[in-house]
Design a protein around this ligand. Structure first.
Ligand code: ADP
Ligand code: ZN
Length: 290
């Protein structure tokens, strides 16, 4: 049996499951301060005999195994969690292999193995929620370089009628600054959920996301793109993306039919936790090899 943690900015989901991705038990824990949240995490896992634990965490995180701060949450705006040594804390409590990656990389892995990109050796998973982030599976592996990619902070061309300044504390009007949930709320003065009938909101959202997808497609050439997160529950955004993306790409690359190529998560809200279970499995297999 494996343990999995999907560590988010508002809640942690902890689960135990088997090697086929079946979840046997799960719990939701509010993200407060590490001492409190982690005590509940430990109490949940102590009930089980685990072979390994996988973590998909909000970030940025240090995912470089050679680094002295491997497994740490780094420059997060959630101050209580800054410099929290996540992997070390788990290792101290459980002497089992610990797999660690970003929440979006875990979700990408979950979708590639059990979800909307099952059977494909490449996919891109993007979440549009409190922030925008993406994880990529490339040739069967999670994409990683110096650190993990931060695809939510790319630059996009502004819509000529959009004068909203942007909300990213680092870049102002990067993609996340213009198109994540909090930007929608500040620009239009209402939470996304209360803007359902306002077509122009979701049209503009698709305008920005289509630009981002164009760049991801040109750079990574993913075999499928999965769009998740709270904002993507507004299905109108998909229609807007399907409209703008061909206008941007001009048939320069040939793509599958867009509604089959750019899709919702096959695992619904379980992409991240399922992927974290796979991270546990990977950590277990690596340990055996050693
Ligand atoms: P998180 O990113 O924190 O894990 P979500 O993916 O649910 O969580 O994203 C939360 C953001 O998405 C908020 O800004 C919220 O206003 C927005 N959001 C959540 N649900 C919806 C919805 N059904 N329609 C539009 N916006 C939504
Ligand atoms: Zn930014």
């Amino acid at each position: 049996m494996f343990g999995a943690i999907e560590a988010g900015g508002t809640k942690f989901v902890c689960a135990v499951g088997d090697e086929w991705g079946n979840i046997i038990d799960r719990v939701k824990i509010p993200t407060t301060v590490p001492e409190e949240t982690m005590a509940e995490v430990m109490a949940f896992f102590k009930k089980y005999e685990l072979e390994a634990i996988g973590i998909g965490s909000f970030g940025p995180v240090d995912v470089n195994p050679e680094s002295p701060t491997y497994g740490m949450i780094t420059s997060t705006p959630k101050l209580a969690w800054r410099n929290f040594l996540f992997v070390q804390a788990m290792k101290d409590a459980f002497s089992v292999p610990i797999g660690f990656n970003t929440d979006v990389n875990a979700a990408a892995l979950g979708e590639a193995v059990h979800g909307a990109a099952k059977g494909l050796d490449s996919c891109l998973y993007i979440t549009v929620g409190t922030g925008i982030g993406a994880g990529a599976v490339v040739q069967g592996q999670l994409l990683q370089g110096l650190s993990h990619p931060e695809m939510g902070h790319i630059l996009v061309r502004r819509h000529p009628n959009d004068h909203y300044q942007g909300k990213c504390p680092y870049h102002g009007d990067c993609l996340e600054g213009l198109a994540a949930g909090p930007a929608i709320e500040e620009r239009w003065g209402e939470k996304g959920i209360n803007l359902v009938g306002r077509e122009e909101v979701w049209e503009l959202e698709g305008y920005y996301i289509a630009q981002a997808l164009m760049q991801y497609i040109l750079i990574l050439s993913p075999k499928r793109i999965i769009l998740g997160g709270g904002v993507m529950k507004q299905k109108q955004v998909f229609s807007s993306v399907y409209k703008y993306l061909p206008e941007l790409l001009h048939d320069y690359v040939s793509l599958p039919e867009l509604p089959e190529y750019i899709v919702s998560p096959g695992l619904g809200d379980d992409a991240g936790i399922t992927g974290s279970l796979l991270l546990a499995q990977q950590a277990f297999k690596e340990e055996i090899k050693r």
